[in-house]
Design a protein around this ligand. Sequence first.
Ligand code: HEM
Length: 511
Amino acid sequence: MEFIDLLLLFVTLFLAIIWFKYWSVTGGGQKNLPPGPPGWPIVGNLIQVVLQRRNFMYVVRDLRTKYGPIFTMQMGQRTLIIVTSSDLIHEALVQKGPIFASRPADSPTRLLFSVGKCAINSAEYGPLWRTLRRNFVTELINPARIRQCSWIREWAMDIHLKRLEKGALETGSVEVMSNCRLTICSVLICVCFGARISEARIKEIEAVLKDVMLMTAPKLPDFLPIFTPLFRKQLKEAKELRRKQMQCLVPLVRSRRVFVQGGRCEESNIGGDMEMVSPIGAAYIDSLFGLEPAGRGRLGEEELVTLCSEVINAGTDTSATTVEWALLHLVLDQNIQQKLYEEIVNSVGKKGSITEENVESMKYLGAVVKETFRRHPPSHFVLSHAATKETELGGYTIPAHANVEFYTAWLTEDPSLWKDPGEFWPERFLEGDGVGVDVTGAKGVKMMPFGVGRRICPAMTLGTLHVYLLLAKMVQAFKWVPIKDSPPDPTETFAFTVVMKTPLRAVILPR
Ligand code: HEM
């Protein structure tokens, strides 16, 4: 450690002690917070969590059994209020929706990638968030735009099936997650930039954005901002990654701008492996060029890259993860797969083309996807929320701006809400305890893969459509069976979403 680091350490320790004594929520002995595990001075429960060397969601799962439906964890300087029960989640996110609709403060690393919270997911509840979200809803996911962009999905799904066939010929089996990620990523790139680009470039963007997600996942500096100067190396790495992200996506921004301003396609085709295919006005970025959110003015390239990356990141892993888990169950239970195949054949025939209208009317497909969301919610928490002012929940005080973390996985594991919750049983959504369940949570919360309330995923229908199409087309084209002597392993792990630790591989037999 260099002298300057030692000096910084002493100064920050001194400041931390002052902060702990006078301002911290626990150190100052503040009133009536939910109970929680006793912590150490200054770091609270942070070191205890780090020492467990397992993902935070498993720590929370265990603490819930000890401390009940709402509890407090002091993670360094951050106070986390963990909410796990259906009634408290509903009370906070629906009944008191506007109060719990904000987001907590971000670390310098996260601020770098969000350009100071200029993204829908990270913006505080206020005018910037409202403008960005309204624009997203009207420009990207209104039903007319979704229909207008259906050819993009058609094009990407064709390539997807051919890629699977080729992969199976070469190696005897296919990997589900990586193939689905690539396909969804190519769809979202085209939706954002109106451009069709080469597979090599899609892979490059996908890899950089995956690194961005990992880099912005909560780390020590998020919990100990007072020690930020000690994390210079991490911030340097983050800046380098941001540079790569800009280098990857700015050419797309510039090409589209040239195209929108009436330039010829060739002029906008930097590198020669990009084709502007969506008409002017049909790409998400077209709407961002003219947007002027209050207090921000015209958005620059930094903001444009952030907002488009947000769409690609938010929509890729979530849907791909769902397809992977659904296929795991279809591989393990051939009866479910056969039932789904029969529904597809009855609807469009063995070789008929599956349209977006078709999948929406397939009831068994809907039940399989809902059961997958229930049994394997892509994330076990929604994004971090924060209260806009001090408030009350479950009889406890919730401080303004503290992190409020909704542990939503428990809802779908709760035996008082679901019969045999560990079973994968799609029929529960046709004739069992899933009938009538409303994932938007307006009247009550039994499962919430998309969140509920003000911050509910604005692209719920689009995300579900991606899952429907992939699953229906993959099952119509191939019979999915386990690899001989190598059955799939359902162990899960956390990689932004909760995925299979050993990615699913299966043999595909043309039908
Ligand atoms: C199966 C697919 C998807 C799942 C399970 C999913 C789930 C979620 C969840 C849990 C949240 C956080 C809600 C909260 O904080 O309370 C969220 C937010 C968000 N999602 Fe999705 N999502 C999916 C697909 C998509 C797609 C395809 C897009 C974009 C095209 C998208 C864009 C967003 C955005 C922008 C937010 C932030 C909303 C806000 O903070 O106001 N999502 N999503």
